[in-house]
Design a protein around this ligand. Structure first.
Ligand SMILES: C[S@@+](CC[C@H](N)C(=O)[O-])C[C@H]1O[C@@H](n2cnc3c(N)ncnc32)[C@H](O)[C@@H]1O
Length: 198
């Protein structure tokens, strides 16, 4: 198993995870308030807060995470919210999504891409590009910069985010800020991309 998987498996097994609030981030709520419901993909869905929220708001959503404990918790959350028929969860890596046929109008990644090692990013981009229909929205939240051995997500340079998606996506907006998790603070960014019509 790779180091990232081990780190997340241990983090989930250790107890409550710091990113799991009852609701998705305000950026997710604001975006989906202005989009007509369709099919959505939640990349690195964790305990499913975004997947379940979208399902409650009329979307058909697929959530993917490689940690079985996260997927089990997400299914329970969907059942408790009465949206199991609209929210489907898969235990899988976001770099190997060949079992999903697509096509989605929306993909959301809150904190997954920045956990991938550099060689895995191309596979993630290829799957995302294949699965999103032209004109679809891709919303990404990532820790920016590199981690230098400290605790927390690996991180990704802003320039790497932009160059990763430049061939197939148009960046419509980005917001760079600081995220506080427990007693740590790190630079982070929200990126609103649109899948190009090609
Ligand atoms: C910071 S958590 C955020 C979870 C969720 N998006 C949320 O906002 O509550 C990142 C998630 O990405 C998942 N993850 C990281 N790398 C992954 C990969 N290669 N494939 C699938 N899931 C992955 C982790 O297991 C974890 O649940």
């Amino acid at each position: 198993m790779d180091e990232t998987y081990q780190r997340f498996a241990e983090r989930y097994a250790a107890g409550p995870v710091p990113w799991d609030n009852p609701e998705p981030p305000p950026e997710v709520i604001a975006l989906t308030a202005v989009l007509p419901p369709g099919r959505a993909l939640d990349l690195g869905c964790g305990y499913g807060r975004t997947t379940v929220y979208l399902a409650q708001h009329g979307w058909l959503v697929d959530g993917v995470d490689f940690i079985s404990q996260a997927i089990a918790g997400a299914r329970q959350r969907a059942a408790a919210a009465g949206v199991s028929e609209k929210a489907t969860f898969y235990e899988a890596s976001v770099t190997e999504l060949g079992f999903l046929p697509g096509r989605y109008q929306l993909a959301i990644d809150v904190g997954c891409l920045h956990a991938l090692a550099e060689p895995q990013r191309g596979a993630y981009r290829a799957e995302l590009t294949r699965l999103l229909e032209p004109g679809a929205t891709y919303l990404l939240f990532a820790r920016l910069g590199a981690r230098d051995g400290e605790e927390g997500p690996r991180g990704i340079e802003e320039t790497a985010v932009l160059s990763l998606f430049t061939a197939d996506f148009t960046l419509e907006k980005s917001e760079i800020g600081v995220t506080h998790v427990e007693d740590k603070s790190w630079q982070s960014g929200w990126f609103w991309f649109r899948r190009q019509n090609k």
